[in-house]
Design a protein around this ligand. Structure first.
Ligand code: B12
Length: 211
């Protein structure tokens, strides 16, 4: 981890954070390590927001910084995926009532570079939209993302709606996002919880039988 980069993001020094990230990319640093530093910084921002020393503008700026840094490292990660045969289909979205998509977008990107065909429904996605998309797109795996506590119920409702539509045995469901845990997995009725994008990739590979 680059402590300098973690601190620059956490302290809202946008120009410095982008300069450091650019230097790291150009210097050949591991893209996953750069993303790891950005992620660590988001944790600090969240803590400061909780303690009341940061407010919404800081949350927004941290999101903007993370997106810009993710865009810088994506080309490094993308090489691996070119020319590869697709393993299977994955439907993903941030559940109803929740608009956090930075973490989801990283998951989408990692699934894509690891050879999956991904349909991303975006943010604030109602349960019936997931159901319709399962019928049309016919994925083997559904990924539900959410960062708010209220997302737990939206995830539960979505799993329920998939079940009621008679589609539950056609898909494996994984969930993830800031506050998601194994407990929440049990509560929602999903098949698995993935703590980060790579965990999502491993689950998907396991379920579609890809190496
Ligand atoms: C950035 C941010 C925002 C940005 C979001 C920008 C965007 N485009 O996403 C903005 C400013 C819009 C925002 C708004 C709000 N936010 Co906010 N936000 C955050 C913050 C700081 C970072 C979240 C983030 O992007 N992290 C970075 C990513 C990379 O995180 P990650 O967890 O490492 O991601 C990995 C895993 O989660 C996993 N993953 C994610 N999805 C999935 C899916 C699957 C299938 C799998 C397998 C894995 C997986 O893979 C990811 C990549 O490795 C968090 C604090 C925190 N520490 O989480 C608060 C936080 C989530 N927000 C919070 C709040 C309260 C809000 C608001 C309600 C504030 C307000 N008063 O309006 C609104 C909510 C609006 C809404 N309806 O959704 C609270 C939630 C509290 C709660 N208990 O519900 C938090 C925890 C802050 C806090 N500590 O209080 N927020």
């Amino acid at each position: 981890m680059s402590e300098e980069l973690v601190n620059a993001i956490a302290d809202m020094k946008e120009a410095e954070a982008l300069r450091l990230a650019k230097e790291m990319v150009e210097g050949g640093s591991d893209p996953m390590e750069i993303l790891g530093s950005a992620r660590e910084a988001m944790g600090i921002v969240g803590q400061r927001y909780e303690e009341g020393s940061y407010f919404l503008p800081e949350l927004i700026l941290s999101g903007v910084m993370l997106n810009q840094i993710a865009d810088m490292v994506k080309p490094q990660l993308a090489h691996a995926a070119e020319e590869e045969e697709r393993h299977g289909k994955i439907l993903i979205g941030t559940v109803e009532g929740d608009i956090h998509d930075i973490g989801k977008d990283i998951v989408v990107f990692m699934l894509d570079v690891n050879g999956f065909e991904v349909l991303d429904l975006g943010i604030d996605v109602p349960a019936d939209k997931f159901v319709e998309a399962i019928k049309d797109f016919e994925p083997q795996v559904v990924g539900l993302s959410g960062f708010l506590t209220l997302a737990f119920d939206s995830m539960k409702d979505t799993v329920e709606a998939i079940k009621n539509a008679g589609l539950r045995d056609k898909v494996k469901i994984m969930i993830g996002g800031g506050q998601i845990s194994d407990e929440i997995k049990k509560y929602t009725g999903a098949d698995a919880y993935g703590k980060d994008a790579m965990a999502g990739v491993s689950l998907a590979k396991q379920w579609v039988g890809a190496k």
